[in-house]
Design a protein around this ligand. Structure first.
Ligand code: PMT
Length: 399
């Protein structure tokens, strides 16, 4: 059945880019209802969107309409997905506080369809804790946010805040409009983030993992209908609504939790950066330094932590699919292949973490899938959301 999409355009310079998006969606046979705030109409004429969408563009709460229904209620009932792009700081604040004082904000309050918000603004505005709190609040209500890109901004500065590429927004809209439910009835356990090993009561050893990669996999698996357990080491990210969240600290703790849940899982994906070493003797008191820093010297004895995937791999049942990652700095394929074998995985996702745009902390990754039969698939640079979708597509194929 043909889908109807509501696009709310708010008053930012990126408003002009939405013309290309509307045109692409229209060519796919999607019925696009364009709504513009007064600010948006200062940047682009509604006529542009009327021409591209083939529908009346709605800008005013009091606009005359042929429909018998109250305009904002009628639109809210009609749409399968509501997209706000670009979303300004002001409009995000209005949404977060349920303010309904113009056509678009009224549609947002009356809407029951899923919502995709695409912020675009100056870096300092985006990083402002009030804006970030509003985003978190809306995410908690199930609103889905795309992260802005980094680069040159219209205000003359450079940083995070650019509207993501139209192609990325287009793909995200298609993903949300036609959600795959191919993991319905499956239980998926994902680990993410960095494990931490205590040195003393205030210090610990960890690594550069932020958890982004693993959280994207958990979110995508949940969106595709799976029952998801996210076992997370240290990460600045928020838990994902609907996903069972088990925070852990050390590699041993992560291993214990995953072994406990393993028997009930159909799919296990290890994206966490698990520390391979822990401190042999954790100091019970904070280690003191010498008066003169040049005399400071502490030798830490490190011993091994359990290899979690290897332990799980020993107990892997026939129906279970296990996927691991390999974070390499040299000999990507060769090293990853060894890990694939030794951990009894179905396939491994290798990333060279020395390459820009791949591995730790970035919003993108560049990965290669290596399979047990020797097949290799190298993917181009993609957002971590897209990598997560590609991994789960592969899992579904194996199922
Ligand atoms: O979290 P981000 O900032 O988004 O960064 C993403 C990432 C770089 C962490 C991710 O893409 C990644 O590569 N994760 C695996 C990191 C890692 O520990 O790789 P490894 O090659 O050391 O380990 C191989 C596999 O064994 C991994 O699946 C790892 O989770 C697992 N392992 C490793 C050691 C250990 N003691 N137990 C394990 O289970």
């Amino acid at each position: 059945m043909a889908k109807t999409l509501g696009i709310g355009i708010t008053g930012g310079i990126a408003a002009y880019k939405i013309a290309e998006l509307v045109s692409k969606l229209k060519q796919d046979g999607i019925d696009v209802v364009v709504m513009m705030t007064e600010g948006a109409t200062k940047f682009v004429s509604p006529l542009t969107f009327r021409t591209l969408s083939g529908r009346e563009v709605i800008t005013d709460l009091w606009q005359e309409s042929n429909e018998w229904k109250v305009q904002h209620i009628g639109i809210a009932e009609e749409i399968d997905l509501l997209v706000i792009a670009p979303a300004t700081a002001n409009f995000i604040a209005k949404m977060a506080h349920g303010i309904a004082d113009d056509l678009l904000s009224t549609v947002v309050v009356a809407n029951t369809a899923p919502v995709l918000v695409v912020p675009a603004m100056n870096t300092n505005m985006y990083n402002n804790p009030i804006v970030q709190d509003n985003i978190k609040k809306l995410a908690g209500y199930g609103y889905h946010f795309m992260k802005p890109d980094s680069g040159n901004l219209a205000c003359g500065t450079s940083g995070k805040g650019r509207l993501p590429e139209i192609d990325h927004i287009y793909k995200e809209i298609k993903r949300m409009l036609y959600p795959k439910k191919d993991l319905e009835g499956k239980r998926v356990m994902v680990n993410a983030g960095t494990t931490c090993e205590n040195i003393d009561p205030v210090r610990f050893i960890c690594n550069r993992s932020t958890g982004k990669m693993g959280y994207c996999i958990a979110e995508e698996a949940f969106a595709r209908g799976a029952d998801v357990i996210l076992v997370s080491g240290n990460s600045p990210l928020d838990s994902i609504p609907g996903v069972q969240f088990i925070p852990v600290w050390s590699a041993e703790e992560m291993c214990e939790v995953m072994l406990e849940y393993q028997p009930d899982c159909d799919i296990i994906i290890g994206a966490a950066a698990v520390g391979d070493f822990r401190v042999a003797n954790i100091a019970t008191q904070k280690l003191k330094k010498a008066e003169n820093y040049e005399e400071n010297k502490i030798l830490l004895e490190l011993v091994g932590t359990p290899d979690i995937l290897k332990e799980l791999g020993k107990k892997k049942r026939d129906h279970q699919i296990m996927v691991g990652f390999a974070a390499e700095t040299e000999n990507l394929i060769e090293n990853a292949r060894k890990k694939l074998e030794s951990k009894n995985l179905d396939f491994i996702v290798a990333n060279d973490v020395t390459v820009e745009g791949a591995g730790f902390a970035s919003d993108t990754n560049i990965v290669t899938f290596i399979f047990r039969n020797g097949d290799i698939t190298s993917l181009p640079k993609m957002s971590k959301e897209e990598v997560a979708a590609a991994i789960l597509n592969q899992v579904v194929e194996l199922m």
